[in-house]
Design a protein around this ligand. Structure first.
Ligand code: ADP
Ligand code: MG
Ligand code: MG
Length: 902
């Protein structure tokens, strides 16, 4: 009744049958062992049981039909090749049983060495090694230990205690001092431990040892720590692991034997050279287990010159073959070198760039491939300054690393004070319970932002990330007292003016100043390091790869910038225009009073006066930005947030009124404001009176902004620069909204532009789902679309951005409803589909329609690839993300369009 159709399925591959591209089937370790075998490197013979066999076992709870027979066949041929039989009492073949999944899962699943040893073959092993009893018993005790722990779940500490006990009895701390008799005694002790925990004797039958070990590797795929690790690393749960059965070679045969690990380049810096550790007279994991002190690999030259030179030769061959940094495990058995593992090695962000650059120089890869080898996340890492934490400095608190970087400065508690001190040239850290839009100026002025509340999507976190400013949020050990201008943490009291240091990567908060190092990569982008003339491998590599990315990419990269300073910086970082200039901040600070007048206006005349007073201020802002962006397009978004956001909070006004009344002062204005706040209160402000809706109900508001933009463009043009304004209407859901705004705007533009030659485009955000779904109609009235993917995500999912993360995102991530927050990386299937529909239907209606994106997704690597695929013209992101977007746009072009230069 066994299912016959699986009998012929191939579950076992000899090393000679596989290759490095079969990682899905053979796992990384098996595929690379096969590759090395086929390269002619000395790999101990063996075979690999496929991930499919593992999956079948996990599905049904038993080995699939045919597997046992195939193992038998491969074992027999291995025995023939080695001239020994598994566990033969006279002359045993021993094997290791090693797990190996598609993705390396360090320390997640274990390996059993010396399978095939038992009470009889241990004697044969000794004879094989020329009467080396010590070696034989050492190998046997290792088998019982690893088999017990990995296959039978015997607590590992028990074996360790027994080993310590044996060493203590001997009066030593070095396991090499244990002689054959001691190790033999240890084997007896281990067997007792095994019996005690499993209720059975240690299995003596070699084939049973092998089968149990293979099964244990299968089952380890679902061990709790493996499951947790996969979830963390986003490795799919259904891949299964392969099992490698490898004939043993021995590094524990004496001083002329040993085991080691090596890298073909420094995985920390990328520098060429020899990096690794070696341990003489040791087996397997001893090198990494820290049992004895390893020596640097260079020492091997002295210990065993022949093997050393051979190893260098093999490493060079592997690099030449894999065309990348490789890491290696090897063993030397009595002067003979064996290769036990290789893979393309992990590396730091800096090493990734340096190595990619070197490999191009060495002619191993081309620039397209170099581009493929690095990524935006690595580049972003290289752009943050870092603390120099030489000594063990203790943080006083730990919050959420909300926006990376390292910042030290004087503590301030208000936006105004931050601006004041920054103007005096002081570095300041703005400390708040949480921030709100009113803190924007202070956030701009500060070097870093520290809040005691809020998570990764709090206002502070999102805005800081957007500005590339260091932020630690939710440091809830801090008790922040704004009126008293101090915070307490533990027994420390920190007053305004005291210095703190915050690490936006780790979330750690330190008292006092911690020295930090500026990023060389940023200095390069800023133009203060010339890659042609400095001896800095990292900067040269970054320059080379960025230059290629720029030459390759199809997407333009713009920036989100609201001030001239931001615009200038972004331009140095390579921005090719502004994709989003928010006008909100132009209503804040000392202009707040004018906004209050606007809101409280009782007559058309009062309203017109307030707007007329705002006009020159806004015009000046735009002039500054247009000047900085001379020759490049600047998309200006008309005012978007609900106007009541510009008024003080209700409670504060209520208190003001009460206090003023108490004092017998005139409270008319306070009362009017309070009444306005009450009147304008909205249950769902994000879905309320904002964006284009404001423009349609508040006469003259948009007109004032359109006039300020156009007048600024004309003024700049008259000064000899080139202004390319693009006026963007937010929150449009229906073409009629846009048509109404546009009709009014065009009149003003025509009047102001005159004969100046300035051309002003009018377009819209696509951020309401209805706009995406009626994009064909909207395109009739729009010269460009800019996707506001933050709102589109918010409205597409029905998520209130400010509330959802703390409330339930963790659960959604845990359940795998999404793998990453849709605010962080675009949801391709849902929100992305809206983008796709709007892009296609918009272009169908108006082929020359310009398409861009200005949500935070514009700086997210994965999202950039998506926008490339959808065929947008540009992405726009915060200045700091501009280089990341340039790099990823280049990578997207190389990866999806293929390449001619290859
Ligand atoms: P991991 O995936 O944790 O690195 P491995 O399967 O590579 O586990 O094995 C653990 C250790 O045992 C490594 O140091 C490896 O080199 C060594 N080892 C594995 N198989 C053999 C073998 N057949 N002969 C000698 N040493 C081996
Ligand atoms: Mg290994
Ligand atoms: Mg929006």
């Amino acid at each position: 009744m066994a299912a016959q159709e699986t009998v012929d399925h191939k579950y076992v591959y000899d090393f000679a049958e596989g290759n490095k591209d079969l990682k899905d089937l053979l796992g990384g370790k098996g595929a690379n062992l096969a590759e090395m075998t086929n390269l002619g490197l000395p790999v101990p013979p063996g075979f690999t049981i496929t991930t499919e066999a593992c999956k079948a076992y996990l599905d049904t709870g038993r080995e699939p039909d045919g597997l046992a027979g195939q193992i038998e066949t491969h074992l027999e041929s291995l025995e023939r090749e080695m001239g020994r039989k598994l566990g033969d009492p006279q002359d045993p073949l021993l094997v290791s049983v090693r797990s190996g999944a598609k993705f390396s899962m360090p320390g997640m699943m274990e390996t059993v060495l010396n399978v095939g040893l038992n009470d009889r073959s241990v004697v044969g092993l000794s004879a094989q090694a020329g009467g080396n009893d010590r070696f034989a018993w050492d190998s046997y005790r290792r088998l019982i230990q690893m088999f017990g722990k990995t296959v039978c779940e015997v607590p590992g500490e028990e074996f360790e205690h027994a080993l310590d006990e044996a060493k203590r009895a001997k009066g030593t701390t070095n396991d090499l001092d244990l002689d054959a008799g001691d190790l033999r005694g240890l084997v007896d002790a281990y067997k007792k431990i095994f019996l005690k925990h499993t209720g059975r004797e240690f299995p003596q039958e070699p084939r049973e040892q092998l089968d149990l070990a293979i099964r244990a590797v299968f089952e380890s795929w679902n061990a709790e720590r493996a499951v947790l690790y996969r979830r963390q690393e986003r490795i799919p749960a259904d891949l299964g692991t392969a099992v490698n059965v490898v004939s043993m070679v021995f590094g524990n045969l004496g001083p002329d034997s040993g085991t080691g690990v090596a890298f073909t380049r420094d995985p920390g810096s990328g520098a060429q050279g020899i990096y690794g550790d070696y341990l003489a007279n040791a087996q397997g994991e001893d090198v990494v287990a820290g049992i004895r002190n390893t020596v640097p690999l260079q020492e091997l030259e002295r210990l065993d010159k022949k093997s050393y030179e051979q190893l260098l030769d093999f490493m060079a061959r592997l690099e030449g073959h894999y065309k990348d940094l490789c890491d290696i495990e090897f063993t030397i058995e009595r002067g003979k070198l064996w290769m036990l593992q290789t893979r393309v090695g992990k590396r730091t962000a800096a090493a990734a760039f340096v190595i990619a650059g070197q490999l191009v120089d060495e002619g191993l890869i081309d620039l397209d491939e170099a581009l493929h080898r690095v990524n935006g996340a690595q580049l972003a890492q290289l752009m943050f300054p870092r603390f120099q934490l030489d000594h063990e400095l203790q943080p006083v608190a730990k919050g959420i690393g909300a926006s990376p970087g390292a910042a030290s400065g004087k503590v301030v508690f208000t936006s105004a004070r931050a601006v004041e001190l920054a103007a005096e040239g002081e570095a300041v850290i703005l400390v708040r319970r949480e921030t709100n839009p009113d803190d924007l100026n202070g956030m701009i002025a500060a070097k870093g932002i520290l809040t005691s509340r809020g998570g990764k999507t709090s206002h502070a976190a999102v805005v800081a990330r957007g500005m590339g400013k260091t932020c630690v949020s939710g440091a809830d050990e801090l008790d922040v007292n704004i009126p008293a201008k101090k915070f307490t943490v533990g027994e420390h009291v920190v007053n305004e003016g005291d210095i703190v240091s915050i690490d936006g990567t780790t979330g750690k908060v330190y008292l006092g100043e911690v020295p930090s190092m500026p990023s060389e990569v940023v200095q390069y982008f800023e133009g203060s390091l010339d890659p042609e003339h400095i001896d800095n491998a990292l900067v040269r590599a970054v320059h080379r790869i960025m230059t290629h990315a720029d030459a390759t990419r199809r997407l333009a990269v713009r920036t989100n910038a609201d001030t001239g300073a931001d615009a200038a910086r972004a331009r140095r970082f390579g921005a090719e225009g502004i994709g989003l200039c928010r006008t909100e901040h132009m209503f804040l600070g000392d202009r707040r009073e004018l906004v209050e007048r606007l809101i409280l206006a009782r007559t058309d005349g009062e309203r017109a006066d307030a707007l007329a007073a705002l006009l020159p201020l806004q015009r000046a802002d735009f002039i500054e930005i247009f000047r900085e962006m001379d020759g490049l397009p600047v998309t200006v978004r008309l005012i978007d947030p609900p106007l009541h956001e510009f008024l003080p909070p209700l409670e504060q006004l209520a208190v003001n009124v009460a206090v003023a009344q108490e004092r017998g002062e005139d409270v008319a204005k306070e009362e009017a404001l309070l009444a306005a706040v009450r009147r304008m209160h909205e249950e769902n402000p994000m879905l309320g009176l904002r964006g284009v809706r404001l423009g349609l109900v508040i006469p003259g508001l948009f007109a004032m902004q359109v006039r300020a933009i156009t007048e600024a463009a004309v003024a700049v043009t008259r000064d000899g620069a080139v202004a390319k304004p693009e006026i963007m209407v937010p929150l449009v859901g229906a073409v009629q909204e846009l048509e109404t705004v546009r009709a009014e705007a065009e009149k003003i533009i025509a009047e102001v532009v005159g004969d100046s030659g300035v051309e002003v485009l009018i377009g819209t955000m696509i951020e309401v789902p209805r706009a995406a779904l009626t994009a064909g109609q909207i395109a009739e009235a729009a010269q460009f679309f800019s996707f506001g993917t933050n709102d589109l995500t918010q409205m597409g999912w029905g998520f209130s951005r400010d509330d959802v993360e703390g409330a339930f995102f963790w659960r959604y991530l845990e359940l795998g409803i999404f793998g990453i927050s849709p605010f962080e990386s675009i949801d391709r299937d849902g929100v992305g589909r809206l983008v796709r529909i709007a892009a296609e239907e918009g272009r169908a209606a108006r082929p020359e329609l310009k398409l861009g994106v200005c949500g935070e997704h514009g700086g997210d690597p994965d999202s950039v690839h998506f926008f490339h695929e959808v065929g947008l013209d540009y992405v726009s992101c915060s200045p700091f993300r501009v280089p990341v977007a340039r790099l990823e746009a280049g990578r997207a072009a190389v990866e999806t369009d293929g390449s001619d230069s290859r």
